[in-house]
Design a protein around this ligand. Structure first.
Ligand code: FAD
Length: 339
């Protein structure tokens, strides 16, 4: 289809309670700069039920406009209801490009919508820009096992659509509301929704690993040597109030579940502090954590590539360094130390 406007859309995925998932708000940050380069407005599209909090959040994080579709059929994600609603909006308004968070739902919705609209989709982008020469979105994503980054343009079809992993971009600081809010009465009849949600089962405590919104992450790699090697990692994480991450080598060895994996085939994270312990710094690991604000690496090999991107490096045995560090932090906080 032809674009009718130069607007850039960001899909704001909502939780069951109508609040916005972080990734949509994060995408408003690159969206703002891209929309300015495209010469159009930045529009947030909120679909859900009881969405007031999500609308406010989208407006506070930079959207010029918020298009809202609210109804009970959108309380929990279904492919049919969301794809019908989003395609209808795109056909009506004709944006030139659209960003979708690469969550489980976003990865389901994006290709479905792209296919119905007969346009392309670049999945799992790690960088976004506008190509100066053509004015198309320049979607960058890892290719060939992460060994090179490919930049993809979609010159012929509109809208240009891409999914972006949570944690790649950071939310802007909230500002006062000034967005135009447009409410669309768009209801999808029950017979058009082919799946039925029978029950929502909460993840059991402990199995939930929220690396993407963690402010501090302590990660262990093959250097921890076994499942018990994660004990000093967990001890440090506990005193810091941090979440435990891992390299794929540690996950593949069965020392820690995949939900802890950071990297190209794991989570993309952007904490304030990332402490990498016994992790060499393979490009596929860096793809998931290099945008952390401060990176500390602990590795006994002074030539480990992780030191190339670390802000602080400690060359030594993690089994000596981590307990010492944990004890110092406990002492500083007046919590008493282990020896
Ligand atoms: P290693 O590379 O073996 O490094 C272990 C490090 O520990 C070494 O630097 C060593 O000096 C240090 N060490 C050992 N003992 C100690 C000690 N006692 N104290 C301190 N340091 C010590 N990897 C990911 O992490 N995430 C991904 O999402 C991911 N996706 C991938 C996708 C594809 C398609 C491919 C091909 C690979 C992927 N990988 C991923 C794997 C990646 O290439 C590396 O193999 C992996 O990251 C290595 O993990 P590591 O650093 O823990 O292990």
């Amino acid at each position: 289809m032809e674009a009718k406007t130069k607007e850039l859309w960001v899909f704001i995925e909502t939780n069951g309670d109508g609040t916005a998932k972080n990734v949509g708000l994060e995408l408003l940050t690159p969206g703002k700069a891209m929309a300015a380069k495209q010469g159009g407005a930045l529009t947030a599209v909120v679909i859900g039920h009881h969405t007031d909090a999500a609308i406010t959040a989208a407006a506070q994080h930079g959207a010029d406009k918020v298009i809202v579709v609210d109804g009970p059929e959108y309380e929990h994600y279904t492919t049919d209801a969301y794809a019908i609603a989003l395609c209808t909006l795109v056909e009506q308004y004709g944006p030139t490009s659209m960003l979708i968070g690469a969550t489980n739902n976003g990865r389901d919705l994006g290709p479905r919508v792209a296919c119905r609209l007969k346009t392309g989709l670049t999945a799992d982008c790690t960088a976004l820009d506008i190509d100066e020469e053509s004015g198309n979105v320049a979607w960058t994503r890892p290719a060939f096992g992460g060994n090179l980054m490919a930049t993809i343009l979609c010159p012929d079809h509109r809208p240009q659509i891409g999914t972006v992993r949570p944690g790649v971009f950071k939310k802007s600081a909230p500002v006062a509301l000034r967005a135009e809010i447009i409410r669309e009465k768009l209801h999808v009849p029950a017979e058009q929704i082919r799946t039925q949600l029978l029950k929502v089962i909460q993840e059991v405590a402990g199995a939930l690993v929220d690396l993407e919104s963690a402010e501090i992450i302590v990660s262990g790699g093959r250097g921890v040597g076994g499942p018990e090697g994660f004990e000093p990692i967990q001890a440090l994480a506990k005193v810091l109030g941090a979440t435990v991450g891992a390299s794929r080598a540690a996950v593949d060895s069965g020392w820690i579940p995949h939900s802890h994996q950071v990297g190209q085939t794991g989570k993309t994270v952007g904490p304030k502090l990332y402490i990498a312990c016994g992790i060499s710094g393979a490009i596929q690991h860096l793809a998931g954590m290099s945008s952390s604000d401060v990176i500390v690496a602990i590795n006994k090999d002074p030539d480990a590539p992780i030191f190339d991107i670390a802000d602080y490096g400690v060359v030594g045995d993690l089994f000596q360094i981590l307990p010492a560090l944990t004890n110092e932090i406990k002492k500083a906080r007046g919590q008493g130390c282990d020896n």
